[in-house]
Structure formats: C-alpha cells, structure tokens
Design a protein. Structure first.
Length: 428
C-alpha cells in the first residue's frame, strides 16, 4: 500500500517494515562501525559501487537508511542522506555542486548561522555567495552567470517569516538550468517544495522532525527531478570524471539506481571524505519524532495562529510577524503552506530592545534557548544570540531588529501558553 498522506507516510514510509532478522517493528539501532563482507568479491563490488550495501557507518548505516528512506517518502523525493547537523546539510548541498571559483545565489531571508556559513566560510573556500531579496524572484536570475551552480532559499525563513516564492524561483531556475535548493526546516508536512519545482530539499532534523530537543542532525532529500546531464557544462562535479572513483561520471554511473546522481555523489564523496555522519542513535530518535510529526504540526500551527492573533491585539506590542496575519502578495505566497502557517512568531515591543530583554527574562513556562521546533514553547532575542555574528546591515536584511523577539510555539494547552506570555508582558 502506497499512501500520499503524511500521517501514514510518517509511520510506514520508506524501506523499513520489520527487521528481517528479528521481526522487530521498531527500527533497530545499529551501533556498529563496520559490516562483515560475504567474501572478497562482495567487498570489491561494494567499494567499486557495482553493488549497493553497507561498508562503514561513516558512509551508511541501516538505522540512518530507515530515516533517509522515510524522509524521502515524506518529501516526495528519490533518495536522502542523513547528516550530523542542519549546518552540515546546508554546506553539503552547496559543496556538492560548487568548486573554488564558482558562485551560488541565496535569499537574504535565512537563518543567521546559514548566512555566516555562506558569506564567510564558503568565501574562504573560494565559493562566492550572492545574496538577493526574494521579494523579487527575478533577482536570482539577474545575479547569476555561467559559474552559478545553484539557488538557495528557506521555505519559511527564520526569523523573517516571509514565505519564499518557491514555484516562481524554481521555474526561472529550470529555464536557466539552475536548481533550487530549499531549506524546509520550519515547514515540514505543511509544504513540499519538490512539488513546487525545487530540485533538492534539506532539513535540520534537530527541529520539528525530532521535536524532542534531544538530538542534533540534518538531512538532504534529492528530488530526482532535475536533469543534471542536460546541463552538463554547468555541473562539472556531476558530469566530469571523478578522480576519487577511477574517473566515474556520476550522472552516468548511477543510472541503474535511478535519478539520484546528486545524493550518491554527496554520500560517496563529501560524506566519505568530510565525515559529517549522523549517529545511528540520533537517527533512531528522529524516527521516533517523525512518527508524530503530522499530529504535532497540527497543534503547533493552531497554537501559533491563536498566539499571533492575541499578540496583535496587545497594547504593548508594536507589530507581529506570522503568515496567518499577512495580506496582499505576502498572503498569496503564504498560501503554499497547507494545513497551517508554522509555529514561529516574531514580534516587537513598543518599548524597544530593553523591553524585549525584560520580557524574555520574565517568561516562566517558555524556555530561553537557541533552538526552534521543540514540542515545548521557546523564546529568544535573535539580535544578541542567533544572529549576533551578523553586522547591523546584515541583521536588518535577514529581518532582525534590535527589539525583535522570536517565539517557537509548542504543543502545550493554548491557555497556558497565553497565560505565560501575558504575565511576561506585564513585566515590560
């Protein structure tokens, strides 16, 4: 039985039905570094990529494979790769296509850690990131040239929360032979960017997919819907002989496996060499979270909408940012979110930055932590924490002002959430 419903996919999607050795319904935690080969011929075929199978847990692991196949099913992709963090996933997406001298174009509306990775660390590698305002999709095309390898955006960007025009940007890119990579961390279940034309989707599984706040991880999903071979000159990493695999040309070498050249090259080159592997134990924990993700997203979204409406009426609040309150073009773009508008809320207090600090410190149920997407409600002041490495101009471009407060609304009872916000606002 094949289902298109996320509630079913989250429980039954992917390759795992039961452990073939024990019959275990729960995915076993394969805490092993390596795997016994059948014979020398079997080992040689695995290392030559003539046969797929387990070699070493830095490259693949059965527990991680169960998570990968289920996440690929949830996003409607061809294959996936689990990694040690969301930052590793963002970095691998770019490094899989870009070499020194290349460039890529990125939305200004992204998480501060990703901005720093792209603007500074990638620059040290000789890769240029060109930031553009996604309010104008054509800006991606104008910023591109023959050395542009990909475009990158966040579906529901943290902290700006202006929904990315996925379909418009993806369509422009496909006409130019440029794939769109989407960070869908803040919109699992409520948006499927691959259906809107994106070529690759990634998540920080640390956030909503886990939901429990216990584990760090990331995942990349290859849509299998972009013809890398047709634009061969633009993608030399996939269409030129790879000396690390005896001259293999990835778009040709993986054809028996399907349209998965992007993710296979990421696994066999980047993951093999850099080693940003997800722990099998973390993969197991993310599978536990994934099982209830659709149900949690319903509550997250419903609670957040109620909180946004309540804050918008509060006399001490200057303005509230949440897609449920948008009008005009912003509301039209937010219509790609189905079943809810996410659980992130941004707001600014009329009394400014100092009031924001007092508000944060007065919260009792909300946790003051540098994370989002937990089942519990969270709050933070981005300008002095998550986006503190950016200068004032960069903070403003990403949507962070000195008095901006970010909330990640959990699945507690709505009355308790609002009660905590109300008493904290009394302290302002």
């Amino acid at each position: 039985m094949k289902s298109q419903h996320p509630e079913t996919i989250a429980l039954h999607g992917g390759s795992h039905r039961a452990d073939p050795n024990t019959g275990s319904v729960a995915v076993p935690i394969h805490m092993t570094t390596s795997y016994q080969f059948k014979d020398t011929g079997h080992a040689a075929r695995l290392f030559a990529l003539q046969e797929m199978g387990n070699i070493y847990t830095r490259i693949m692991n059965p527990t991680c494979d169960a998570l990968e196949s289920r996440m690929a099913a949830l996003e409607g992709g061809a294959a996936a790769l689990a990694l040690s963090s969301g930052q590793a996933a963002s970095a691998f997406c770019v490094l899989n296509l870009c070499q020194a001298g290349d460039n890529f174009v990125c939305s200004t509306d992204i998480y501060g850690g990703t901005w720093n990775l792209f603007a500074n660390t990638m620059k040290q590698m000789g890769i240029e990131c060109r930031f553009v305002d996604p309010a104008d999709p054509e800006a991606f095309a104008r910023a591109s040239d023959s050395r542009t390898r990909c475009w990158y955006g966040e579906t529901l960007p943290n902290p700006k929360l202006q929904v990315f025009p996925v379909a418009e940007v993806a369509a422009l890119g496909r006409r130019m032979g440029i794939p769109l990579i989407m960070d869908n961390t803040a919109a699992p279940v409520i948006c499927r960017p691959l259906e809107l034309g994106a070529a690759v989707v990634m998540h920080s599984t640390t956030k909503w997919i886990g939901g429990h706040g216990t584990s760090i991880g990331g995942i990349v999903v290859d849509g299998g819907n972009f013809d890398w071979e047709a634009w061969g000159d633009r993608f030399p990493t996939l269409n030129s002989p790879d000396p690390s695999y005896h001259g293999a040309i990835w778009t040709q070498a993986v054809k028996p496996l399907g349209p998965v050249a992007f993710i296979v090259r990421m696994r066999t080159c980047l993951l093999r060499d850099i080693g940003a592997a997800m722990s099998p134990f973390n993969a197991f924990l993310f599978l536990q979270g994934l099982e209830t993700l659709p149900l949690r997203m319903e509550r997250h979204c419903a609670n957040a909408t109620r909180v946004a409406q309540w804050l918008a009426q509060h006399p001490k609040v200057a303005h509230v940012i949440h897609p449920s309150l948008f009008e005009g073009e912003a509301a039209r773009r937010a219509s790609i979110l189905k079943g809810g508008f996410g659980s992130l809320i941004g707001f600014e207090l009329k009394a400014g930055a100092e009031a924001g600090r007092r508000f944060i410190e007065a919260l009792k149920m909300f946790y003051h932590v540098a994370n989002i997407g937990d089942a519990r409600s969270l709050a933070i002041h981005p300008a002095t924490t998550t986006h503190s490495q950016l200068d004032a101009e960069e903070q403003a471009a990403s949507g962070v002002t000195p008095g901006y407060v970010r909330l990640s609304i959990g699945i507690e009872h709505i009355d308790d959430i609002i009660a905590d916000l109300a008493q904290a606002l009394e302290a302002v």
